[in-house]
Ligand binder design. Structure first.
Ligand code: NAD
Ligand code: ZN
Length: 350
């Protein structure tokens, strides 16, 4: 089967790899769609020695598809089942896994599409515990839920107690910085699960209307005076939660300055900026955290919410042969929704 791989550092390309067979406990998934994530751009651009992975590996960590081959000792899954594929392969025995934080498993420094073979090909083989049945959801559409959906969901779960506590006595306010792949879901989780007014911040004017359509109550354009404009938008007491899906110096500092007392700041974006923390900034008893991914249990919750039909999955589909164009559109920021590559549309092999 044909795969789009990181053949060597900074050298992505197409190559043929053997069709995999499911081992005991595994299923083989015929890939229906693969979402391209901004973190892929980091993998594509990383110089040798920067990341702790061995090359080559097949790219693509947001995967959904249809079961097409079941190994021995697999229960409850059968050929034809539509499934979402979790990005990680947790060990389920380390102390993080036993705490339900399998997104921080000692094994998850690598995952499918970053260090291990991912989904930009015809088939992936997956431990049966790492797939979530999609029911009636279209697997070609559901792929972005596995990371963009789940990672943003995890960040929102962490700030929900803050927003609920604020809303219990007054109005709660949340800020989402960067309404791209992850941020588009964050806005929706906040509107679905909290009473917070949501202020979004976006760099691209063409995303303003999209952010409003997803539920943002107010949208600010990034740029000069962001911190001051954010304070005007959230009010003098600050925001009860700020979720930063960009992570540059400017956005992190705006987040730290504008989070309220007892609030929270999540730095999710890998812009590798930094911000100033000192006595009084962030405000007293405001938490700052840096989440990565989501435990599998939360991916299940994300799929369940999507199955209610109340979640908008913004997708621009690309044929397999157009993966280079899709990555370029992601890198230059001209997508309106997640780029999802469809192996069946193209020459990923049959
Ligand atoms: P994306 O490219 O789909 O979306 C980014 C959005 O931010 C775009 O809409 C862009 O216009 C906007 N933006 C860019 N600069 C901005 C600025 N200064 N102010 C406001 N908006 C700005 O990217 P994505 O796939 O949603 O990923 C977002 C970030 O999250 C990336 O840095 C990615 O590497 C990171 N990420 C982190 C995790 C994690 O587990 N922590 C997981 C996946 C992705
Ligand atoms: Zn583990």
């Amino acid at each position: 089967m044909r795969a789009y791989r990181l053949l060597d550092w900074q050298q992505p390309g197409f190559s043929d790899v053997p069709d995999p067979d499911p081992a005991p406990g595994q299923v083989r998934v015929r890939v229906s769609g693969v979402g391209l994530c901004h973190s892929d751009v980091l993998f594509l651009e990383a110089a040798a020695g920067l990341l702790p992975y061995d090359v080559p590996f097949t790219l693509g960590h947001e995967i959904a598809g249809v079961v097409d081959g079941v190994g021995d000792d697999v229960a409850g899954l059968a050929d034809g089942d539509a499934v979402a594929v979790a990005c990680m392969s947790p060990c389920w025995t380390c102390k993080w896994c036993r705490r339900g934080a399998d997104n921080y498993c000692v094994n998850t420094w690598r995952g499918r599409g970053f260090g291990a073979d991912g989904g930009l090909t015809r088939y992936v083989v997956v431990d049966q515990r790492e797939v979530v049945p999609l029911g009636g959801l279209d697997p070609a559409m559901a792929a972005p839920l596995t990371d963009a959906g789940a990672t943003s969901y995890h960040a929102v779960q962490r700030v929900r107690p803050k927003l609920d506590a604020a809303a219990a006595v007054d109005a709660a306010v949340a800020v989402v910085i960067g309404v791209g792949g992850l941020g588009a879901y964050a806005v929706q989780w906040l509107k679905l699960q909290t009473a917070a007014r949501v202020v979004a911040v976006e760099a691209r004017p063409e995303r303003v209307e999209a952010a409003q359509a997803l539920g943002a109550d107010e949208v600010l354009l990034a740029g000069d005076g962001l911190s001051r404009r954010m304070r005007e938008a959230v009010g003098g007491d600050g925001a009860d939660a700020v979720l930063d899906f960009v992570g540059t110096d400017q956005t992190i500092n705006a987040a730290l300055r504008n989070a309220a007392k007892l609030g929270a700041v999540a730095i999710v974006g890998q812009g590798f900026g930094s911000g100033q923390v000192r006595y009084g900034q962030p405000a007293h008893d405001c938490d700052v955290f840096n989440p990565q991914g989501a435990p599998l249990a939360e991916l299940r919750e994300v799929i369940a919410l999507a199955q209610t039909g109340r979640v908008t999955i913004e997708v621009e589909q690309f044929a397999f042969d157009d993966v280079v164009t899709a990555y370029e559109r992601l890198r230059t920021g001209s997508l309106n929704g997640r780029a999802v590559v469809i192996p069946d549309a193209g020459t990923a092999g049959s």
